[in-house]
Design a protein around this ligand. Sequence first.
Ligand code: MOS
Length: 696
Amino acid sequence: MSAGAVGRAYPRLEGPAKVTGTARYAVEYPVDGVSYGWAVPSTVVRGRITRIDTTEALASPGVLAVVHHGNAPRMAPGPQPELRLLQEPTVHYRGQYVAVVVATSLEAAREGARLVRIDYDTGPHSTVLTDDHPGLYKPDQVNPSYPTDTAEGDFDAGYAAAPVRVDVTYRTPAYHNNPMEPHATTAQWHDGRLLVHDSTQGATPVRATLAELFELPPESIRVVAQHVGGGFGSKGYAKASVVLAALAARHVDRPVKLALTRQQLFGPVGYRTPTIQRVRLAADTDGQLTAICHDAISQTSTVREFAEQTAVYTRSMYAAPHRRTTHRVARLDVPTPFWMRAPGECPGAYALESALDELAIAVGIDPVELRIRNDTAVDPDQGRPFTSRNLVACLREGAERFGWAGRDPSPRSVRDGRWLIGTGVAGSSYPARSRPSSATATARPDGSFLVQINATDIGTGARTAMWQVAADALGVPPERVEIRIGDSELPTAALAGGSMGTASWSWAVMRAAQALREKLRDGVPRTGEVTGEADTTEEVGGQPALPRYAYGAQFVEVRVDADTGEVRLNRMLGVFAAGRVVNPTTARSQLIGGMTMGLSMALHEEGLLDERYGDWVNHDLATYHITGCADVESIEAYWLDERDDELNPAGVKGIGEIGIVGAAAAVANAVHHATGVRIRELPIRLDKLIGVSDLA
Ligand code: MOS
């Protein structure tokens, strides 16, 4: 009956179109009479535009208009004030888009942008996060809606009474999402209706935001996102490119293509906030945790509060009778931070999983064993059992595959010529969520089926995964199924974010397929269309939802040059328990991608902000270093065959983000094991380890 497509390693359906160049991205659609927009960023941090002189720009060949706060179409206030661009002369951060030049060619628009003269009144600014920043405050909640602080037991007393304690502070810098395809949009107005081709993780939320900003019914807006070159959170909601393109197209009454440059991405489309995290752990002499405290500091902007859930990971990962977590945030004169792969869990796990390594050394037990001893079947935060928790199984299988047994725990115990060799481990987890989605399934007279859902494939293989799910749900070979995604005209669905795309969309696709099969059985003509509406999974069987997480274990071996401090990755190995895996090829790619980003975070990535100018000085891929192929000698990702019936009909937990969680800590722990030096401020650059032979 079932073709059994789920679980099989199909190549991406759109692979041939992508490699032959026929797959179209947001600004690649041919459009008659199209013009080009070029965004003009502010050159001051904080202030007010006093004069915009567009004379020279407008006289430049091909320039059609300079759109700015003095002439731009008006937009309504909305929940995302950072998107109300070109509405007022106020500048809140350096790089804020203050004008768009529209011209008949991209080059003319760029030249026009160079010729716009803007005068500003400026004031003092504060752009650097410190642990004693006077602006630190306690937000009402942290993202997406977690309590700001939590406390169980009596942390101070528990901590003071414990025989073994660590009290350590970790720092992470700003990280910048750098999808291969920068944020880009083609916007066209026809008779009051707006059509946009946008590079986004979710056409439905973009349509909703545009509807609010332009005060239009959502039905008069269509958002198409057929192919998207990565997002990593930064394209989770509508961003500047789509707003500026829509404003500009309305102003000049012509279609506009607007693509942000690589340099223009650094900040204004979002980034991961820097963090300062103090972690205190206390344990018995056998390594049983008795007290855990995680105090996280991060930044937001003056435009909108974005309070990252940095310490939330610590609430549910390991048990202890005395626990406390806090978040404090400072409003700085910076762009608003936004989601970046595993927002919160990723930096939080770096701190907690590093501190656990320090505790393992203080107690004198193996760091894998320490984590196993502190496993818990009950969520310490919720007081309820997890639907499934296979952290220990991941640690055991990872240790086996990696060859952990027999490891000498002493730092600097393994040396190969000038290289100091070290190994490290970290745990990983990420919530398994889903969101309401809907889909349609249609039977065609020729025996084929059409399944439609506004899912988004941001390069992950989502299109292929949904095709597999649909085939099995319809009980036919996948070759008989056509899948359509990436268009707000299709049934409304969750965005590709929060690792919940596959879980949410599968639910809807399976419902639609089931409804269609029932109709066909009842003798309804095969051309009939059937709609299946999927529910949220927040309540299962009328009972309060149980805590649901995916888990993983990250193992790393590094070598460190004893003289130069250069850190190289020998190998990285992850084992994950993430529910059912729909497509092993694309799943493996997701996990390896996440682990690579974790490696990048540990060793390379760092947004360096110059306080004088309030801007990141390394704002391109030549100066903002990321892990390249030559940095990755071996990364392997495995997963357990995990079944969890409490999730969703597909049994899917989501794999988009768990690969990055814990990865940086595993690298940092390996560096410590290799060198005996604990670097608590990422990235672990060679200048922090140079002459490590003498440092230990
Ligand atoms: Mo992910 S950072 O939720 O797109």
